[in-house]
Design a protein around this ligand. Structure first.
Ligand SMILES: [Zn+2]
Ligand SMILES: [Zn+2]
Length: 264
């Protein structure tokens, strides 16, 4: 039976049985309107809808199963991301493309290596700041979901969004303070991180700066390959040392990371 006729039949059957008591106001919409709504829904929403009642199952289950079998790799990932986004207890693993039960011990400042057994923790899509702070894609994914849902895992959300700060002792060549402050603005996960260096055994200078990694693509290495073009971050740092008191700003060409460097 074609979807339109099947839906009309099922709606009439339910309405005819017990119109006042059981009929859903959703199912009382005109059949053409219902079909327009279904056509606009992504596949994961249709799958959830097919699980709500026998009418929706009769109408959507077979077509959803068929559509799932025909998904491309990227379509499959998009489908699973939609499912994970709707289910509070699950996340989509960026490594094995499966749904995993959320582990609330797993935090950016305390990466829990046994949280997700499919892989070693470092192979997740993530940025390791190298200072005991490790933001993985799923941390941002979960923070955005729980911020949107507002009624579940709020304690875990608070832990994910907690500011972090660490000071490396002055037994190092330079005293280093690192801090990170995550924030959600307009349903976007934003992270403000800062490094502060002070004289210790050595004085702060371009030559004494340690390796830094601002984002997965932009880092500073003291002994970079001389055959490669200069990293824009290195140029900004050089400029900051030459014009003390003025901010030298830049951004990553491959991700939305902005930075500024200042020398006092
Ligand atoms: Zn996994
Ligand atoms: Zn980047």
């Amino acid at each position: 039976m074609r979807p339109r006729r099947l839906l009309a039949y099922l709606v009439t059957r339910i309405g005819g049985k017990n119109h006042d008591k059981n009929a859903s106001s959703f199912l009382q919409l005109p059949v053409d309107v219902l079909l327009l709504i279904f056509n606009e829904l992504p596949l994961y929403s249709k799958v959830f809808l097919s699980q709500t009642c026998s009418t929706m199952r009769s109408l959507l289950h077979s077509s959803c199963t068929l559509a799932r079998e025909r998904l491309s790799s990227s379509g499959c990932l998009e489908f699973l991301a939609g499912v994970a986004d709707a289910l509070p207890d699950y996340l989509l693993c960026s490594k094995c493309w499966k749904l995993h039960k959320v582990c609330t011990y797993d935090l950016p400042y305390k990466p829990y290596t046994l949280a997700y057994r499919c892989t070693t923790y470092s192979s997740f899509i993530c940025h390791d700041f190298g200072l005991d702070y490790f933001v993985a894609h799923h941390h941002a994914q979960l923070a955005l979901k729980y911020s949107r849902l507002q009624n579940t895992y709020q304690e875990y959300l608070a832990s994910l969004m907690a500011p972090y700060s660490v000071t490396f002792p002055d037994s190092k060549p330079l005293m280093t303070k690192f801090s990170a402050r995550p924030k959600i603005v307009d349903e976007k996960f934003i992270l403000f991180s800062s490094w502060e260096f002070k004289d210790s055994f050595k004085s702060v200078s371009m030559e004494n700066m340690p390796a830094l990694q601002f984002c997965p693509h932009l880092g500073f290495l003291q002994r970079s390959n001389p055959n490669l073009p200069l990293n824009p971050l290195t140029c900004s740092m050089r400029s900051a040392f030459e014009t003390k008191g003025l901010q030298s700003q830049g951004s990553c060409a491959r991700c939305p990371t902005d930075y500024s460097v200042e020398v006092h």
